[in-house]
Design a protein around this ligand. Structure first.
Ligand code: SAH
Length: 223
């Protein structure tokens, strides 16, 4: 690596460390989530022209009208997915809306053994593969190009489902593909505002909790 390249790299490391400190100050307390976000080179997931903003707490354009969530949102969603459970309770996890692959990378950095992520737009799906290869994370994820509204029945049931685009109703196939003891985190759009919900599947049915306001691109129903 050239001298310039090295100093550039060190710059990103410093910014990433500051981002993690900021997340902690903002209330992210689960150490595994902070460690995972300290590991993922977020700048490799965005276009070169906006790389200097990769570690700022803002959402960024990722092409084709889609956006990568701000770091705080990724941290909150990941922390909610884990809940009070140990990491081992979320063995098999599905993400809907791969986008640039950053949230997938955070799941990989957590070391979850089985990770699937679905994206409907092929160019983003292909680009996410490139980003994840460049990030050199220890765990692998299986990326699928298709309609995430339908979930991934062939790999179900899932201990965790993370939806990173907002539907107007909870997709029924996703409820069906959740394991008992599993948890889904998703933004729901009621036509006026979006709220982040946590859905736990118990032996007796579903328990739904509204967490906070959210802002995501729409989940498209049908490819
Ligand atoms: N998790 C992403 C954020 C993605 S933005 C990241 O870390 O970058 C939401 C993504 O959901 C967009 O890429 C959009 O194309 C995708 N999406 C919307 N509807 C979808 C559907 N029905 N199935 C799969 N992906 C969908």
């Amino acid at each position: 690596m050239t001298r310039h390249g090295n100093s550039h790299w060190a710059g990103y490391e410093l910014r990433r460390a500051r981002m993690v400190e900021r997340l902690q100050q903002m209330g992210i307390c689960r150490s595994e989530v902070l460690d995972a976000m300290a590991q993922v080179p977020r700048h490799l997931f965005v276009e070169e022209a906006i790389r200097s903003h990769a570690y700022d707490d803002m959402s960024l354009p990722l092409g084709l009208g889609q956006t990568i969530s701000q770091p705080y949102t990724v941290a909150v969603m990941t922390q909610l997915l884990l809940g009070e459970e140990p990491l081992s309770a979320r063995r098999c996890v599905l993400e809907i809306g791969t986008g640039c692959g950053y949230q997938t990378a955070v799941l990989q950095a957590l070391g979850l053994p089985e990770i699937y992520s679905i994206e409907r737009l092929r160019p983003l799906h292909e680009r996410a593969k490139v980003h994840l290869r460049a990030a050199h994370l220890p765990q692998q994820a299986r990326l699928v190009c298709g309609d995430g509204y339908l979930g991934l029945p062939q790999a179900a049931p899932f201990d965790g489902i993370l939806v990173t685009a907002a539907p107007t109703e909870i997709p029924v196939p996703l409820l069906q593909q959740l394991a008992v003891g599993g948890r889904m985190v998703l933004p729901l759009d009621d036509g006026h505002a979006q709220f982040l919900w946590v859905i736990d599947k118990t032996e007796h049915g579903f328990q739904e909790t509204c967490v906070q306001e959210a802002l995501f691109v729409p989940l498209v129903n049908g490819v």
